[in-house]
Design a protein around this ligand. Structure first.
Ligand SMILES: *[C@@H]1O[C@H](CO)[C@@H](O)[C@H](O)[C@H]1NC(C)=O
Ligand SMILES: *[C@@H]1O[C@H](CO)[C@@H](O)[C@H](O)[C@H]1NC(C)=O
Ligand SMILES: *[C@@H]1O[C@H](CO)[C@@H](O)[C@H](O)[C@H]1NC(C)=O
Length: 353
């Protein structure tokens, strides 16, 4: 009451006159409404918004955003932003400098100019002397991909693989990617030649497949979290496999959604399971946990010591054949895609290499 009287008695205060007061009220309502609309548009809840808004929102946030654990990396010197035909990703351990050197001196020395390799190593918590010898190696060869966020171990292989896919996706234009280990020997000229003529330039997943392996519950390779199936979904064994760049792109751009299993090859097979790919099973990929022997047909052969690598390289130089003597210690198989995976892989045909 008292206020109203004060107002009436103060004609100088225009704001308190009725028409003006109404205008102010209406304007603040409109302002609040517009502000509310803006705030709503800026914070779209993906569970309840119209499809157009949601799509716009997701387009603006998702693709570049990868796992935070990927952290930073040292670009390996020579080829950043280059365009190459084949990228070779070799998972290696910090201390395995001898393996790396023998690979550089043997099959990697036959790399063409359209092919580049790098060794992937986690450098978190390294001892100072191992760290500094890696720095020296990097200065000299420039072919290391050093991942500063990753503590190198068997447990880290899948993270190293995923980080490599993300790295190559964002840094290099390439056609095919070969993944192998630092105890894998590759007949690189032959692989290169076959890739030039491969019928599948896209959607390619090429290696030695397994579809009947049951999840291991103990030992270093145990997978305690494998809840998808009572077999690992069909995967190409990790000693060496090839994917086309579109497959690597799929993995890289979805990396934050992918579950990290212990084994990198099982992880990749599982990540790619729903995709419509050309899964090419090739017994010339000797990529199991132990080698099946030596066969001149092998393009990729795993579990090779540095001595074996030198032997194979010099045998190829002198006789044009991979093996001094061919032998088989473990039978191989052709993958049968027409039966359930548990029956895919019968080792009953001795003529399969
Ligand atoms: C390894 O050496 C580099 C360069 O000297 C340094 O930046 C990095 O912090 C070192 N890392 C470790 C784990 O010592
Ligand atoms: C091996 O087993 C598969 C599937 O059971 C069969 O189709 C194939 O004919 C067998 N091969 C030989 C050489 O027995
Ligand atoms: C055994 O493998 C060879 C290829 O290495 C193939 O030509 C042949 O058809 C296979 N035999 C059977 C019975 O599957």
């Amino acid at each position: 009451m008292k206020n109203r009287e004060n107002m009436r008695r103060a004609p100088g205060l225009m704001i308190c006159r009725r028409p003006v007061r109404n205008a102010v009220f209406v304007l603040s309502c409109v302002g609040a409404f517009i502000l509310g609309c803006l705030l709503t548009m800026m914070s779209v809840d993906p569970m309840s918004c119209d499809i157009y808004q949601c799509t716009e929102k997701i387009k603006h946030t998702a693709p570049e955003d990868t796992n935070s654990w990927l952290g930073s990396w040292d670009r390996y010197g020579k080829v950043a932003e280059k365009s190459v035909f084949l990228i070779i990703v070799i998972l290696s351990a910090p201390g395995n400098i001898e393996q790396r050197n023998v690979m550089r001196q043997t099959w990697l020395s036959e790399e063409k100019s359209d092919t580049h390799h790098f060794f992937v190593i986690g450098t978190s918590s390294l001892s100072p002397d191992v760290n500094s010898s890696l720095q020296v190696e990097q200065k000299r060869f420039g072919d290391l991909l050093l991942l500063h966020n990753i503590v190198d171990s068997y447990q880290a292989l899948t993270k190293k693989l995923l980080a490599s896919f993300v790295y190559v996706h964002y840094s290099i234009r390439f056609r095919f990617l070969l993944k192998c280990d630092d105890d894998t020997y590759i007949q690189l000229p032959q692989l290169h030649k076959e890739l030039k003529n491969v019928p599948y330039k896209q959607r390619l997943y090429w290696g030695f497949f397994d579809g009947r392996a049951t999840p291991k519950k103990s030992g270093p390779w145990k997978e305690e979290d494998y809840i998808l199936c009572d077999r690992y979904l069909p995967y190409a064994l990790g000693g060496g496999y090839v994917v086309s760049s579109d497959v690597a792109t799929f993995v890289a751009t979805n990396s934050k959604y992918l579950k990290i299993y212990k084994n990198e090859d099982i992880s990749l097979g599982t990540w790619l399971a729903p995709l419509d790919l050309h899964r090419v099973h090739d017994p010339r990929f000797d990529t199991e946990y132990k080698s099946r022997g030596c066969n001149n047909k092998y393009i990729v052969t795993h579990k090779q010591s540095t001595i074996h690598m030198r032997e194979k390289f010099s045998s190829l130089k002198t006789t044009n054949l991979l093996c001094r003597d061919q032998f088989q210690v473990r039978k191989s198989y052709l993958y049968n895609w027409n039966v359930p995976p548990s029956q895919c892989c019968v080792r009953n045909n001795t003529s399969v290499p």
